[in-house]
Design a protein around this ligand. Structure first.
Ligand SMILES: NC(=O)c1ccc[n+]([C@@H]2O[C@H](COP(=O)([O-])OP(=O)(O)OC[C@H]3O[C@@H](n4cnc5c(N)ncnc54)[C@H](OP(=O)(O)O)[C@@H]3O)[C@@H](O)[C@H]2O)c1
Length: 369
C-alpha cells in the first residue's frame, strides 16, 4: 500500500522550569508516513481518535536525571498520554479489528502497538520507591457508548479525571458524611467537576472556585452550593464566610492550600491531588505555606494519593457505577474540543496559560467530535 500521512506531535527539546514553547519544546510534524500494511510483529495497528491533554504530562517533560513520582518522556519521540484508539488490524490474541481501546498512546494518527520507541526504559531499581512507571498504563478495551453519551466523556468523567476523583474520595475520605463541608479548588477542571458532583451525591455542602465567572456559573450547574471566581474574590474571605471546612480537595497547592489550612475544622482532611499552580514554576519560586503549625493544632490530616494507587481495588467499582450514572444523566461534564492533531499543542498549553474553558480534548478523527 502507498504511504499514508502520519502526522505527530513531537517532544523536541527538554524544557527547563516555566511555560513550554510551541515550536521549540513541542513541535507539530506533518511529515511522517506509515504503510498501513506494515508487519505487526504480534501487535496491533490503531487509529487515534481522541487524545486527552492532562496536567501530569508537564512533569514528564524534564531532564531524565531529575527523579520524581513519574517516569519521563523520551525526547525525539511523540508526546504520550491517555487517548482513545480504534484497532484497524491485529495479530494479538484478545484484540480484534474494530475494538475501541483507552490508555497510553503516542500523539500520532496511526500506531503499531505496543509502541516501543516512545516508551521510557524504566529500571525500577534506579528509581525511588515512589516513582510510578507511567508507560505501564497500557491500552484497555472500552465499550462503544452507542450514543448514550459523547465519545469525549471517555476523557473526562470516564477517563483519568473521573477515576482520580472516585479513587481519591473512596480511598482517602471514605467516611465523608452528609452535611459536612468540602472546598474544591479548580472546581471546573476535569477532576474538580467530578469531585463537586460526587460530593454532592454524598450530601455534602460544596464550595468550589475557578478563574472566571463563567466557570463559576458552570460549577453551580454541577450542584455546588457556593462557587466563586478566585481572581475577583479572595479565597480566604470566601472560605471564612462559608467554612469551616471538613475537607479540602487540593488541585492547585500554593496560596489556595494556605487559605484552606487556615479555614479547616478540627480533624479536617486535606486530599492532596495535584499542584497545578507549581508545575511550571522553579521550586525556589513556589509559594511557601506559612501556617503548617495548624496541622497539629487542629489535628488535620493531609494525604496525597495517585490515581494509579487505587486502580487495582477501585477500578471495578468505578466501571460498575460511574458509566451508569453518566448514561442516566446524573453526571455532567463539559469538554473543549480542539479538532485536528495540529491543534494538540494549543490544547495542551491551554491547561497552563489560563485559556482553557473546560476539559480540553484533541479530536484527531473528526467523526468522534
Ligand atoms: N493525583 C493524581 O493521581 C492525579 C490524577 C489526575 C490529575 N491530577 C491533578 O488534578 C488537577 C486537575 O487536573 P485535571 O486533569 O482535572 O485538569 P484540567 O481539567 O486540565 O484543568 C486544569 C485547570 O487547572 C487550573 N489552573 C491552571 N493553572 C493554574 C494555576 N497557576 N493556579 C491555579 N489553577 C490553575 C485551571 O482552572 P482555572 O481556570 O479555574 O484556574 C485549569 O482549567 C491537577 O493538579 C492534576 O495534576 C492528579
Amino acid at each position: 500500500m502507498s504511504p499514508t500521512p502520519n502526522p505527530r506531535v513531537l517532544y523536541a527539546k527538554v524544557p527547563g522550569p516555566g511555560l513550554l514553547v510551541a515550536g521549540e519544546h513541542l513541535v507539530y510534524d506533518p511529515a511522517p508516513t506509515i504503510d498501513l500494511d506494515e508487519p505487526l510483529r504480534g501487535g496491533f495497528l490503531t487509529k487515534t481518535l481522541l487524545l486527552s491533554p492532562e496536567p501530569f504530562m508537564r512533569e514528564r517533560l524534564r531532564d531524565p536525571a531529575i527523579l520524581t513520582y513519574s517516569t519521563p518522556m523520551v525526547v525525539g519521540q511523540p508526546l504520550v498520554g491517555f487517548g482513545l484508539v480504534q484497532v484497524l488490524r491485529s495479530e494479538k490474541e484478545g484484540v480484534t479489528a474494530g475494538d475501541y481501546m483507552y490508555g497510553f498512546t503516542p500523539w500520532e494518527h496511526y500506531t503499531v502497538q505496543p509502541y516501543v520507541d516512545a516508551r521510557f526504559d524504566f529500571a525500577g531499581a534506579n528509581y525511588p520507591s515512589y516513582t510510578f512507571d507511567m508507560d505501564s498504563l497500557v491500552l484497555q478495551p472500552v465499550p462503544d457508548p452507542l450514543g448514550a453519551f459523547p465519545w469525549s466523556r471517555l476523557t473526562s468523567v470516564l477517563g483519568t479525571p473521573g477515576l482520580t476523583a472516585f479513587v481519591g474520595l473512596e480511598s482517602v475520605a471514605p467516611d465523608m458524611k452528609s452535611g459536612q463541608t468540602v472546598y474544591v479548588s479548580s472546581g471546573a477542571s476535569g477532576v474538580g467537576s467530578m469531585v463537586v458532583q460526587l460530593c454532592k451525591s454524598k450530601g455534602l455542602r460544596v464550595i468550589a472556585s475557578a478563574s472566571s465567572d463563567s466557570k463559576a456559573d458552570y460549577i453551580r450547574t454541577l450542584g455546588a452550593d457556593v462557587a466563586f471566581n478566585y481572581k475577583t474574590t479572595s479565597v480566604g474571605s470566601a472560605l471564612a464566610e462559608h467554612g469551616p471546612l471538613d475537607y479540602y480537595w487540593d488541585n492547585v497547592c500554593g496560596q489556595q492550600l494556605e487559605q484552606a489550612i487556615q479555614n479547616m475544622a478540627l480533624n479536617g482532611v486535606i486530599l492532596a491531588c495535584g499542584a497545578i499552580s507549581e508545575y511550571n514554576t522553579p521550586a525556589e519560586d513556589c509559594y511557601g505555606v506559612k501556617t503548617l503549625a495548624l496541622v497539629f493544632k487542629r489535628r488535620l490530616r493531609i494525604q496525597g494519593f495517585l490515581v494509579s494507587d487505587g486502580m487495582p481495588t477501585l477500578l471495578p467499582r468505578f466501571l460498575a457505577e460511574v458509566p451508569v450514572l453518566l448514561a442516566q444523566g446524573k453526571l455532567k461534564s463539559e469538554e473543549q474540543l480542539f479538532v485536528g492533531l495540529e491543534k494538540g499543542i494549543e490544547a495542551f498549553l491551554s491547561l497552563y496559560d489560563g485559556t482553557s474553558k473546560a476539559k480540553p480534548v484533541v479530536v484527531v478523527d473528526a467523526a468522534y467530535a
